[in-house]
Design a protein around this ligand. Structure first.
Ligand SMILES: Cc1ncc(COP(=O)(O)OP(=O)(O)O)c(N)n1
Ligand SMILES: Cc1nc(C(=O)O)sc1CCOP(=O)(O)O
Ligand SMILES: [Mg+2]
Length: 461
């Protein structure tokens, strides 16, 4: 269940602090909705919000401020949606913006462009903050929607006593306004706000705990700047570069992909919690790796992971499940040697999605290049309990040997080392010519995940 908070429509003293407080306590997204506000007043408010949270804001007015402040969410109220169109929305999505809109008639859902990640719909219940604003839903209402339609976030009169009904009505989330802000322009108590959704709190499945509480539980040498540069530099054996719709280079292993976090769960932490931990700590490539669960459960987790990654301006890679990757419009898909062949998966996910393939030997890397992988996950570096049925350990010498053999054959592809990797291994792996690393347990179990990720990124980037 997504929880989105909407600002009060007026400005008030201390509003920036109140918003910072909500983010510190785990709020994922806040919509700044200030009808009729001046650009200057909105600018002042944004400046008072910690820049770390800017990418998680959505603007209802003055969209031009988004680029200036690194804001990633743009909301199109109904009139603005009607005054713009598909071309503009697609262009914004291609630039990395997360679009949302509002509808007041559910029939519009079928016509709504899938450029929008989600739409507000309401008022579902009698409004808390707007007198006379009556709910439109019957008690036994159940939302029917096609799978490709944007997510529907219920809005209007939602509080602790009725939020369960929203879930029962098949909405994808709830937007809160009157339940968060007092009439006297201050914030209600954090406890009362969190009690609205005691299961998820703000954190989409994090058990109400804030990220801090959760803790406890060469390509440069190998392949100069395959990253963000010309297609010519990205040609690996048997591969041709592809153009995207926008005319740029289509599939990108960007510099921030040198560190990929691999999600995990244990008695103390869930997949979504582990992802939030990595995102909060600054990791920009996240792999959702769920084992032993049916595909529909993986899809549900993937939707949450995608929402979180979008909110933190991070890229989501789905492990093992091509249809899930396609369905949530993930940035990438990772497949092992025993999973679906990459060429078959490419037909499912389309030309734009990054495809990663596992390798354990030199021959596997060459096979992956020939199959058209965009990067290779090569491992294991050392023994790990995160993955069962590990292949033989490579160690640093194994990587050095494989990279040497690849360069003799003039075979180039970004190689990500994986398996039991710790912070102290990174410098050696980088010096050996690895493009990057994928890590799970060492990040989840770190005493200070943020510091560890910063140190790793400093060495790798
Ligand atoms: C980056 C990266 N490299 C390798 C793997 C392993 O994938 P696979 O061999 O399919 O094993 P599972 O992860 O599915 O158990 C990976 N996930 N990511
Ligand atoms: C998912 C995975 N694949 C591996 C491979 O060798 O192919 S090792 C591995 C586990 C990575 O997690 P950790 O950093 O906790 O060891
Ligand atoms: Mg696999």
């Amino acid at each position: 269940m997504k929880i989105i908070i909407i600002s009060r429509p007026d400005f008030f003293p201390g509003e920036g602090n109140a918003i910072n407080r909500l983010f510190q306590d785990g709020m994922v997204n806040l919509h700044l909705r200030k009808p009729e506000c001046s650009r200057e007043d909105l600018c002042e408010l944004i400046k008072s919000i910690d820049p770390d949270y800017h990418s998680r804001l959505s603007l209802h007015q003055h969209h031009d401020l988004a680029a200036e402040f690194g804001i990633k969410g743009l909301h199109f109220p109904e009139k603005q949606r009607e005054a713009t169109g598909e071309e503009i929305w697609r262009d914004l999505v291609a630039k990395g913006y997360r679009l949302s809109t509002s509808i007041h008639d559910l029939a519009e859902l079928e016509r709504l462009s899938d450029a929008f990640s989600y739409t507000f719909f309401g008022p579902v219940f009698d409004s808390i903050s707007k007198a006379g604003y009556k709910g439109v839903l019957d008690e036994d209402f159940v939302l029917a929607k096609n799978r490709n339609a944007p997510k529907v976030i219920a809005l209007g009169g939602i509080n602790a006593s009725n939020i369960q009904k929203i879930q029962g009505m098949n909405f994808d989330g709830a937007a809160l306004l009157g339940a968060v802000w007092q009439e006297n322009q201050s914030l209600k108590s954090i406890e009362s706000i969190k009690s609205i959704d005691p299961i998820d709190s703000f954190n989409l499945g994090t058990g109400g705990l804030s990220p801090r509480q959760l803790i406890g539980a060469e390509l440069r040498q190998q392949f100069p700047a395959a990253i963000e540069t010309s297609p010519e530099q990205f040609i690996a054996k048997g591969q041709s570069p592809k153009k995207s719709i926008a005319g740029g280079f289509s599939r990108r292993i960007t510099r921030d992909g040198r560190l990929q976090f691999v999600s995990n769960e244990n008695g103390e932490i869930s997949h979504v919690q582990s992802i939030l931990l990595a995102l909060e700590a600054g990791c920009k490539w996240i792999q959702l790796r769920v084992k032993g669960r049916p595909e529909d459960e993986v899809l549900e987790l993937a939707e949450k992971a995608k929402f979180l990654c979008d909110s933190f301006d991070a890229k989501l890679i789905i492990n093992d499940f091509p249809h899930v990757a396609k369905s949530v419009n993930a940035y990438g898909l990772h497949l092992g040697l025993d999973d679906m062949p990459l060429r078959e998966a490419r037909k499912i996910v389309g030309e734009e999605m990054i495809l990663g393939g596992t390798a354990n030997t030199l021959q596997h890397v060459i096979q992956r290049i020939e199959e058209g992988a965009d990067y290779v996950g090569l491992g294991p570096y050392r023994f790990t309990t995160t993955k069962q049925n590990l292949s033989p350990i490579l160690g640093l010498e194994g990587y050095q040997r494989i990279l040497h053999e690849l360069s003799l054959r003039k075979c180039y592809i970004p190689i990500i080392a994986i398996g039991g990797i710790r912070q102290e291994d990174i410098a050696g792996l980088k010096a050996a010519g690895l493009y990057g690393v994928a890590m799970s347990s060492a990040l989840i179990n770190s005493e200070n995940t943020k510091k560890t990720i910063q140190n790793i990124q400093q060495i790798l980037c």
